[in-house]
Design a protein around this ligand. Structure first.
Ligand code: ACO
Length: 403
């Protein structure tokens, strides 16, 4: 067995692998993916079983601690998460600093990063108790931060978390409730949202998780590292895709053009247009999350009588054409989880610009589990990728008069 570090040092070798197509950046025991088989396991448990039998909060416990909780442990965990759901009152003031039309993801990046200025009592990243309380605070406060970013954009008063509600109910109540009303979350929406949160909770070394690991590897404050992850997630090639899916579907509906024309554009190498919600770096057979969420999408729309809605019809047509077309088959491009999550969130009345925020809320537990794993790994060291230099050879400075 060759020690890769010795090889680097003695021979001066390094690999050039833009986009990390075949380079592992770390070892991890959190999540397993087999892209060819369409397998996804959280701590060894198949996503299909967790989606059917578990809840998001139980999945959080599993990802963080490595084992499913006993009922006492789940009760205790749930109590702790509820305890931390309030934000420091001074955090309210941060929202006023944003323009009224700020994207909620911009607000999330700022507010989550700013939490690092509030919790000085638990910033020793080498102390397991400190890491634990940071994890609990993050999971707990994300729904409040997310819902307030929506309320701020709407000019509505912020709603505080209510301890009698479940994690997912609380988020919906803080989003849609008003101080003068008696909002009761629709149970179908609660289940659909909980499912979306479970399916997005972790996905091994994606761009945002790798960002959290890389920024955290310098022993940066955990809230700052998670804020970096949120920034990475925002991009349309990652978490921003669910928002872009619905924008694309609406564009197709309103353009009056045929679905086939958009498919042709996606295949045209001179056109940068891509079918949003199609393709995945790892899943080259199918995305197991997409299979689960597709079912929920049909169920929810049937219950709401939205199956004949033009947008959903376009989605089904796209799905059919793309999965029968040679271009997509050859490249193993299938609808991914975000193709369906956007449609569900839209049907629930969640505005487009909140889609990626919900993804961030769900993925927080994954980020913090990876960060925690990295911090306790004796092998882990500061991340420092190499580069292949393509610039000038050494040259002499030329004074400004002689240039
Ligand atoms: N529409 C049309 N063509 C596509 C698409 C698409 N959505 N995705 C990939 N391709 C084509 C590429 O043009 C390329 O073709 P070529 O071999 O002829 O050059 C081939 O398929 C391979 O694509 P890559 O970009 O090399 O694949 P990569 O693994 O780097 O990218 C990605 C994966 C980013 C997800 C890509 O498929 C994409 O842009 N999809 C649309 C955005 C999206 O849905 N993102 C969500 C990802 S899931 C998530 O974050 C939860």
């Amino acid at each position: 067995c060759i020690d890769i570090r010795t090889l680097y040092k003695e021979l001066g070798y390094f690999t050039y692998d833009p986009g990390y197509l075949s380079t592992a950046s770390c070892s991890s025991g959190v999540t397993f993916i087999d892209g060819d088989e369409g397998t996804l396991l959280y701590r060894g448990y198949p996503i299909e079983q967790l989606a059917e039998q578990s809840t998001y909060l139980e999945v959080c416990y599993l990802l963080l601690n490595g084992e499913l909780p006993s009922s006492d442990e789940l009760h205790q965990f749930s109590r702790i998460i509820k305890e931390h759901s309030m934000l420091h009152e001074a955090v309210r003031g941060f929202y006023d600093g944003f323009r009224h039309d700020a994207h909620p993801m911009a607000i999330m990046v700022g507010v989550v990063g700013a939490l690092s200025a509030f919790y000085h009592d638990a910033t020793d990243v080498h102390n397991p108790e400190h890491r634990k309380i940071s994890a609990h605070r993050l999971i707990s406060k994300m729904p409040t931060i997310a819902a307030w970013s929506y309320k701020y954009a709407n000019g509505q008063p912020f709603m505080y978390p209510k301890n009698r509600l479940s994690y997912t109910e609380n988020f919906l109540a803080m989003m849609f409730g008003v101080p003068t009303g008696t909002y009761e979350p629709n149970p179908t929406f609660v289940r659909a949202l909980d499912l979306i949160l479970i399916l997005h909770a972790d996905h091994e070394q994606n761009a945002s998780t790798s960002t959290v690991r890389l920024s955290g590897s310098s022993e940066a404050n955990p809230f700052a590292a998670i804020s970096a992850g949120i920034a990475s997630l925002w991009g349309p090639l990652h978490g921003g895709a669910n928002e872009k899916v619905v924008i694309m579907l609406e564009e197709i509906v309103h353009s009056g053009k045929k679905v086939e024309e958009f498919v042709a554009r996606a295949k045209d190498k001179n056109d940068p247009f891509r079918l949003m919600g199609f393709g995945h770096r790892v899943y080259k057979n199918y995305d197991p999350r997409a299979k689960i969420i597709r079912e929920m999408c049909h169920k929810l729309l049937a219950e709401m009588g939205g199956e004949n809605e033009p947008l959903f019809e376009v989605a089904l047509k796209l799905e059919k054409i793309a999965t029968e077309d040679e271009y997509f088959i050859e490249r193993k491009l299938y609808p991914n989880v975000d193709f369906y999550s956007g449609i569900i969130l839209r049907a629930m009345g969640i505005p487009l610009n909140m889609f990626t925020v919900i993804f961030a809320l769900a993925r927080t537990v994954g980020w913090i589990s990876h960060w925690n794993e990295m911090m306790q790994d004796p092998e882990s060291r500061i991340g420092r990728p190499r580069q292949l230099y393509t610039g000038y050879k050494e040259r002499n400075y030329v004074s400004i008069e002689n240039r």
